[in-house]
Design a binder for this molecule. Structure first.
Ligand code: EPU
Length: 417
């Protein structure tokens, strides 16, 4: 696996083009299963997770091609192999997003059950119980969920928790079910609204996506269409965190402040000057960040995916910050890596107490997952010496041309294979 070597340097200066959202693009790709024909998806980032979803669709019999104009073209024929094998699900949990579309189109699916991961057990029980409400049945055999739904019939589903994955699977099953499906306590993330916009463009009737209640009127069939994925708010947040540590002035082209307004507010409290522009976000940072308190929550709360990078910034703040992780049970593995760089972070249950230090000290560290890896890069910009980040392949899973984008604004970061 490749490594990144990061050294602190001059303040950042210039423009970064924000890519399309990974967590939207992966579900848009899964949704192409719902219609025969050629879908064209634009702003799909060229990252390892997209590559894995492409391989999964190909294993199911679809054709996936990156065109010269960078759009992703996905061709679905009449035949589908309704299977998501363990080799792919194990590499990427989002593979489970094909469950709903497969049930809706071919009435069956065999999807490997994802195991636990670095964030804790991460079950998909809500995906299954909510699809059961629409008439699907499930059996677990040899680690594979065997799903059947000769007919899907709309129902009223109340999610115990606004899970993104469960909401997405329900959306993609409900669009072709008979009658009306109502999802209450639905996830409200911008990526859900983007998926609904794509489905509606395909001919679906989805109302209320982005709010806690989504109403889906089932239709007979859908058609293949073109769609542009929304910008990646987590990538944009990562660059704001890098700026908070390195200082400087950066414009994030394509970023949407309205899809990350609480984060923009928090970063303002940490001392960044941020101003939304017509086509992006302008931000400036001078001096050490100020401490803040942050608790992660489902959207519109502060995303759990922001927290590792925010903690990296807090570890260099002028005082003590408190951070609470409410979404995942065990997402603190990166704390031990930050500690190797001299960060003063205490874990207390699902809370962190972060005593800011003036400078971190470069050390070999590991990217334990995508966002943890990004957090290491942020921290390394404020560390004396050269930090080597091992397992940087995790960062490539979620960030398009990460090293190039950062060097483009003057950061001292290189990839070593
Ligand atoms: N949960 C259950 N049962 C379920 C589904 C979820 O208990 O059936 C729990 C999860 O274990 C977790 C919480 O509910 O504690 C939230 O899970 P959610 O379903 O919302 O997450 P997800 O759809 O599996 C997506 C993103 C994650 C992001 C979360 C939360 C994708 C591919 N992944 O996961 O992104 O952290 O939402 O916002 O969209 C990342 O991009 O690095 C990443 C991990």
């Amino acid at each position: 696996m490749s490594r990144f070597v990061v050294r602190p340097g001059e303040p950042l200066q210039g423009e970064i083009q924000v890519s399309g959202a990974k967590n939207s693009a992966l579900k848009l790709m899964a949704a192409t299963v719902l219609a025969e024909g050629r879908c064209v998806l634009r702003s799909v980032p060229d990252i390892a997770d997209v590559e894995i979803m492409g391989r999964l669709l190909e294993a199911m019999g679809l054709e996936v091609r990156r065109r010269e104009d960078d759009a992703l073209e996905i061709l679905r024929g009449a035949e589908i192999v309704p299977e998501a094998p363990y080799e792919l699900v194990e590499q990427m949990r989002a593979s489970t997003a094909v469950l709903g579309p497969l049930l809706a189109t071919v009435g069956e699916a065999r999807v490997a059950l994802p195991g636990g991961d670095d964030f804790g057990s991460r079950p998909i029980d809500m995906h299954l119980t909510s699809l059961e409400a629409l008439g699907a049945t499930f059996e677990l055999r040899h680690g594979v969920i065997e799903a059947r739904a000769p007919r899907l019939v709309g129902a009223e589903v109340v999610l115990e928790y606004p899970s993104n994955g469960a909401t997405e699977n329900l959306l993609m099953a409900g669009v072709l079910a008979e009658g009306t499906t109502t999802v209450r306590n639905a996830a409200r993330e911008p990526e859900i609204a983007d998926l609904a916009a794509f489905l509606n463009r395909m001919g679906a009737r989805v109302l209320g996506a982005g709010s806690p209640t989504i109403v889906i009127e089932g239709v007979e069939s859908l058609r293949a269409v073109e769609h542009v994925a929304i910008p990646d708010r987590i990538e944009a947040a990562t660059f704001l965190c890098a700026l908070a540590v390195a200082g400087g002035e950066v414009t994030l082209r394509g970023a949407r402040a309205d899809q990350m307004d609480l984060l923009v507010d928090k970063m303002g409290r940490m001392g960044l000057r941020i101003s939304p522009e017509a086509d992006g976000i302008w931000a400036m940072a001078r001096g050490r960040p100020r401490p803040v308190d942050v608790a992660t929550l489902p959207y519109p709360g502060i995303a759990t995916d922001f927290l590792p990078m925010l903690v990296a910034v807090m570890s260099l703040a002028t005082g003590t910050s408190y951070a609470t992780e409410n979404v995942y049970a065990g997402r603190f593995r990166y704390v031990g890596e930050l500690a190797r760089m001299g960060a003063q972070v205490r874990v207390e249950g699902h809370h962190l107490v972060v005593d800011g230090v003036e400078r971190l000290s470069a050390a070999p560290v590991r990217a334990v997952d995508i966002r943890a890896g990004a957090a290491m890069v942020v921290a390394a910009l404020g560390a004396d010496g050269a930090t080597t980040i091992h397992d940087a392949g995790h960062i490539d899973r979620g960030y398009e041309r990460f090293v190039e984008k950062l060097t483009g604004v003057g950061a001292d970061i290189e990839r070593v294979d």
